[in-house]
Write a protein that binds this ligand. Structure first.
Ligand code: PEP
Ligand code: MG
Length: 575
């Protein structure tokens, strides 16, 4: 038995048989050439041939997978930025095209790697992939289906690295999993594995020398653990776990695409939280009821300077169009606290979580705020967009933010740019001040969304990032649960909806409590939509009222946990 531990790339448990995908060795030496123009012509012909194969892959790839190959085609077509330099090297140094491409690839890779941005670093992988495949084309060793000549059905491929094109070329009906020595969790290969629903473990370090074709393998994509040649007992244990997990997943997947009605007909919308590139790319409106929290900070963090109105508009519009008539709640910039932006030159503060952050910063930097509001408003012409302000403490802040929104609207009107005049405006309830003022706040906005991650921290005075105080930072803290109940009552008394977009929204034992409180919308991680909907569908709102009363009347947290766990247990839910 051999255990390989890597990064959890794409979730899922499989058992299968190993196939070693040996990348063919490329020749990267500086071979001198006589006729440089002929060398360039041959390279351009290979570019064309590779481009045609990418176009074919883009056309035949499944839904959501074609974009990767289109992005590759763009890199391949980059004459001014990349291939002009390659051609200059061939001409000036009289060297072969593979060597010239490799020199340019190394140069570009080092630039990308020097930028402190995980996403950009992994985009360097795309350029590497294009260069390697082009060189393979030039040298006549471009890859086909790595499963050709391999027997068996459930095949787990082991490779140093895999390009998306390698993945698409595989016989996908037999591909059960992927394990790579290199690569990160946001690489396009992983994104593709997720779209294909294939478990993947990546970045596992050197292992290829120890693997041979046909070895038995257990792969757990959720934990990043791979067991090669497992013992009989490990296989048995795995099969039991897998069977239970598969059964649950099938039930959850069925629930994911349906409305989440309780047994007595109360409907809770289950939305997803998104914002980072990977989850935006993977977002599928069919698998949820909408987006309950679009964390726009990620857009700002992926740039080295303030993102322009047009840049933001494209990003918001893209998601609004994906959502169609389902809601898309865009939260305005929530920077500060644990999220910093170099180009903003934010002051160093003794207590950043109590300092210059989120709406406070936006109301001060109205130029930055208005640019964002205009971009969101413009996107509102393309879908069911709602605007949400974070970290609200007072009604004054809401009025001020809404006044800036009105000036943004006036400017767009003047420019003749369309937007939804009645775009709903909501706020996050993340501070005890907002909880205590929720009756007044409700009269000034269209909806509330509870940011429990922060609300727990501010209510219990325990830093959400400090492991020493995590015993106080508790999901089931009674003061927090009472606070959320109070906000729900005030929202409904004034005829507005309340959602929860913090992590407690998908906490299994708390879901019945949210149903009992009549929370209208829960926004959760995309992978948890099905489970959340399933739990909601197992209870009757009316019957849970007694549970709610008992929980809110508890003295100690262990009593809350006991009551809620018994409630799940009685309904036969094991989570
Ligand atoms: C929250 O505080 O619950 C929330 C959703 O916002 P964030 O986690 O981005 O602070
Ligand atoms: Mg928050």
């Amino acid at each position: 038995m051999k255990k390989i531990i890597g990064l959890a790339g794409s979730t899922g448990c499989v058992v299968g048989s190993a196939v070693v995908f040996a990348t063919k060795e490329l020749s990267l030496n500086a071979v001198l050439v006589e006729d440089v123009e002929k060398e360039i012509e041959a390279m351009d012909a290979a570019r064309q041939k590779y481009d045609a194969s990418l176009a074919e892959l883009a056309a035949t790839a499944g839904e959501g997978q074609g974009e990767i190959f289109e992005a590759y085609q763009e890199i391949l077509a980059d004459d001014a930025g990349f291939f002009d330099d390659v051609k200059a090297t061939i001409r000036n140094e009289r060297v072969c095209s593979s060597y010239a491409i490799e020199q340019k690839r190394i140069e570009v890779e080092s630039i990308f790697m020097s930028i402190d941005d995980e996403y950009l670093k992994q985009r360097a992988d795309d350029i590497n992939n294009v260069c390697h495949e082009l060189m393979a084309e030039i040298q006549g060793i471009s890859g086909g289906d790595p499963f050709e000549g391999v027997e068996g059905e459930s095949l787990i491929v082991f490779a140093e690295d895999l390009t998306p094109a390698d993945t698409v070329r595989m016989d996908r009906s037999r591909l059960a999993g992927m394990v790579t020595e290199k690569g990160g969790v946001t690489s396009h290969t992983v994104i593709l594995a997720k779209t294909l629903g294939v478990p993947a473990v990546v970045g596992a370090g050197a292992f290829l020398a120890d693997i041979t074709n046909g070895q038995n393998v257990i792969l757990d994509g959720a934990t990043g653990i791979v067991i090669v040649d497992p013992e009989e007992s490990e296989l048995k244990e795995f099969m039991v776990r897998k069977e239970a997990a598969d059964k649950k997943k099938a039930i959850y997947d069925e629930c994911m695409v349906k409305p989440a009605y309780s047994k007595d007909g109360f409907l809770t919308r289950v939305n997803v939280n998104t914002g980072d590139n990977e989850s935006v790319e993977n977002f599928k409106a069919a698998n949820c009821d909408g987006v309950g929290l679009f964390r726009t900070e990620f857009l700002y963090m992926s740039q080295s300077d303030y993102p322009s109105e047009d840049f933001q508009f494209e990003a918001y519009k893209n998601l609004a169009e994906k959502c169609k008539d389902k809601e898309l709640i865009i939260r305005t910039l929530d920077i500060g606290g644990d999220k910093q932006l170099d180009y903003m030159n934010l002051p160093v503060e003794a207590n950043p979580f109590l300092g210059y952050r989120a709406i406070r910063l936006c109301l001060d930097r109205t130029d930055v705020f208005k640019t964002q509001l205009k971009a969101i408003l413009r996107a509102s012409a393309y879908g069911n967009v709602k605007i949400m302000f974070p970290m609200i403490v007072t009604v004054d802040e809401v009025k001020e933010a809404k006044a800036i929104l009105e000036t943004a609207k006036a400017e767009l009107r003047e420019q003749g740019i369309p937007f939804n005049e009645n775009v709903p405006v909501g706020i996050m309830i993340e501070t005890p001040a907002a909880v205590l003022l929720s009756d007044k706040l409700a009269q000034n906005v269209d909806f509330f969304s509870v940011g429990s991650n922060d609300l727990i921290q501010y209510t219990t005075a325990s830093d959400r990032q400090n492991e020493l105080v995590q015993y106080i930072y508790n999901n089931c803290n009674i003061s927090v649960l009472r606070a959320i109940n109070m906000v729900a009552e005030n929202a409904h008394k004034h005829g507005i909806e309340i959602g929860i977009c913090g992590e407690v929204g998908s906490e299994p034992r708390l879901i019945p409590l949210w149903l009992a409180m009549g929370i209208d919308e829960l926004s959760v991680a995309a992978s948890l939509v099905g489970r959340t909907k399933f739990i909601l569908s197992q209870f009757s709102k009316e019957e849970l009222q007694a549970v709610k009363d008992k929980v809110l009347d508890s003295e100690q947290i262990f009593e809350v946990i006991k009551t809620l766990d018994e409630t799940l247990e009685k309904a036969g839910i094991d989570e």
